[in-house]
Design a protein around this ligand. Structure first.
Ligand code: SF4
Ligand code: SF4
Length: 395
């Protein structure tokens, strides 16, 4: 081939064809996997600021690896731009983003290999710099990036290994530091220990390796289900810690978003719009007692239900995590009696929803007795009542 010049080619087309044949094909590795099922952004209506209810991944991405299209409400991923920093995995409250090859199933399996050993968690690159270090009492646990670890992953590493853990890194992200703070605060409340140690110093690493020992009080194996949402797994691991005790509240750190919704029972009509809005099943309806149920431990505090409520009956309280058994249970947020059709006695709606409709429609229907009566009729009888009225008018 040797050195060629542009003049060696008859035209630009010939030149491009030759270049193309010599370049070959390169495939960019996908570093992040995305499952939109529980995503708090995907195909949801925008909020009053015309943006998604969650876009934390796009906000923390230092490149154009993940962005968002607010006209379609879809995330856009660029394999070329993604540097695999793990920031988006850490901040995703729903677990919709996971590191390829290091998803939640893989991390739990890796953690199990460290049973009764103290893991020193570090990036592959950091490990390369520790050739001389003697890991006689602690074992390195290598990840592509430690910054992907959120509170669920951190708790998995502690419980599956049954040991305090060491994170050895020179570049912890703010989100990793806040996740560590949250988990340490939880354990501090319950066991009076802070089981996650982070350092960038070799001497401190060596001292920690000499000191830390497996602790059977920390050990817990949880068989997580592949379809389980991130907060549900975190809740299962927390429940093991709390058992039947009440340890009070652990406040949110600067970057965590735990809390619960508050529902005004007086204004809630049990229309169940919020149940349809919640894609992590924190809200549900109980048909046997006509109630609205809420489980705080799975709520990502996205706020979508707040704006979906036509009665403005819902608000959010971002206080943190309540370390008591009731935080993991469904609680009744509002309840009502079924309203029976005044024609056929069939129950067809909640009493509050009928009262609400009547308060709006009575001034409009004025003296029209048939229309007023139809407000308390089931759909079938409503047609009958209005039909009878029209027949009467005709004859
Ligand atoms: S952080 Fe997670 S839930 Fe939020 S928009 Fe990104 S993928 Fe969706
Ligand atoms: S209950 Fe409301 S705030 Fe909580 S996850 Fe569901 S929609 Fe979001």
């Amino acid at each position: 081939m040797g050195i060629e010049t542009v003049s060696d080619y008859d035209d630009g087309f010939e030149l491009l064809k030759t270049l193309d044949s010599r370049i070959g094909e390169y495939v960019y590795q996908r570093k992040i996997n995305y499952d939109p099922d529980h995503c708090q952004y995907f195909h949801r209506r925008p909020n009053k600021n015309q943006e998604g209810y969650c876009h934390r991944c796009a906000d923390v991405c230092p490149t154009f690896g993940v962005g968002k299209d607010d006209s379609l409400m879809e995330l856009i991923f660029s394999k070329i731009d993604c540097i695999g920093c793990g920031n988006c995995v850490n901040v995703c409250p729903s677990g919709s983003l996971q590191r390829d090859g290091y998803d939640k199933e893989a991390i739990v399996e890796i953690a199990k290999l460290y049973k009764n050993k103290t893991p020193v968690v570090m990036d592959f690159d950091t490990f390369e710099t520790l050739e001389e270090f003697d890991f006689y009492s602690c074992i390195p646990l290598l990840l592509p990036q430690v910054n992907l670890l959120n509170e669920m992953y951190l708790m998995t590493l502690i419980q599956e290994s049954g040991s305090e853990i060491i994170i050895f890194t020179k570049n912890p992200s703010e989100n990793l530091l806040e996740s560590i703070k949250l988990v340490n605060n939880i354990y501090d409340c319950i066991h009076n220990i802070k089981p996650i140690h982070i350092t960038e110093e070799i001497k401190a690493l060596s001292d920690l390796c000499d000191t830390l020992k497996p602790n059977k009080n920390l050990s817990y194996t949880y068989a997580q289900n592949q379809r389980e949402a991130l907060r549900d797994i975190f809740a299962q691991r927390l429940m093991f810690l709390i058992k039947n005790n009440d340890y009070g509240i652990v406040k949110n750190t600067q970057t965590s978003h735990y809390g619960e919704i508050i529902i005004n029972q007086n204004t809630c009509t049990l229309c169940m719009s919020c149940v349809g809005a919640c894609n992590v099943k924190s809200l549900s309806s109980n048909a046997s007692n006509f109630s609205l149920q809420f489980n705080p431990s799975s709520c990502t505090t996205c706020g979508y239900c707040v704006d979906s409520c036509p009665e403005n009956a819902i608000s959010l309280d971002l206080y943190g995590i309540s370390l008591s058994p009731s935080w993991f249970e469904n609680k009744t947020m509002a309840q009502d009696k079924m309203f029976e059709c005044i024609e056929c006695s069939k129950p067809f709606a909640t009493t509050k929803s009928i009262e609400k409709i009547k308060s709006i429609m009575l001034p409009i229907f004025k003296d029209d007795t048939a229309k007023i009566r139809s407000l308390e009729c089931c759909p079938d009888c409503k047609v009958k009542v209005m039909f009878e009225k029209n027949i009467e008018a005709f004859i």
